[in-house]
Design a protein around this ligand. Structure first.
Ligand SMILES: [Zn+2]
Length: 210
């Protein structure tokens, strides 16, 4: 259950020795300027396995894929800008550019901090993800909803269910601004699910530049 690294990325990882020692819990991956995944560590593999990720995510198969291709479409422009900015930054270790995001499971609310370290000569980025908060959704006062008889209330005019790409809540189509926490649909999204961003996540995690 080891991490994986593209051969041409190995020399760049000398940088990691200068960082905080890997505690084993931080999920670390490396990308090239064209966003190709070139490295991931053991914690990445563990997280993918514990969260039902596909086996290809835990093997060398995913090296070379663009990380933007596996990012929800609505978040792509944000991450493209963030990665590009970090790649062009003049910050050096131990300083980094950081960003917070949510990555919850059906059972647990989870928030992560992402720190982006530019690799020498702008040859790529090392992206370090540390868990900031993890607690049962109920402990935050989140009331889970069972859609049951009311499932139609979540269908838009294309009969699509809209899930927030960040917090994974589902948009209620009859009450503007209402997004419900539906654990069953986080576990197994309805066949016709599309993504968007709820107003809270948009403003908190992905505010427009300007
Ligand atoms: Zn949201």
């Amino acid at each position: 259950m080891n991490g994986m690294c593209a051969p041409d990325f190995v020399p760049l990882l000398g940088f990691m020795k200068a960082m905080e020692p890997d505690q084993g819990t931080e999920i670390i991956y490396g990308i090239r300027p064209d966003f190709r995944l070139s490295y991931f560590n053991e914690a990445w593999v563990r997280f993918a396995r514990d969260n039902g990720g596909s086996p290809s995510l835990m093997s060398s198969e995913c090296l070379g894929l663009s990380v933007l291709d596996v990012t929800p479409e609505d978040l792509r422009p944000f991450y493209r800008e963030l990665f590009t900015r970090a790649m062009a930054s003049v910050t050096y270790r131990p300083r980094s550019i950081s960003h917070e995001y949510e990555c919850s499971s059906p059972e647990k609310y989870r928030r992560f901090a992402m720190n982006l370290y530019r690799l020498e000569g702008g040859q790529g980025l090392l992206i370090v993800n540390a868990l900031l908060v993890e607690m049962p959704h109920e402990a935050r006062g989140t009331v889970p909803v069972v859609p049951a008889a009311d499932a139609d209330a979540y269908l838009d005019h294309h009969a699509l269910v809209i899930q927030c790409a960040a917090c994974r809540r589902i948009k209620h189509q009859q009450h503007p601004g209402r997004w419900d926490w539906i654990p069953a649909w986080v576990r197994q999204p309805p066949e016709r699910t599309s993504h968007g961003l709820c107003e809270l996540c948009l403003n908190y995690y992905y505010p427009a530049k300007g």
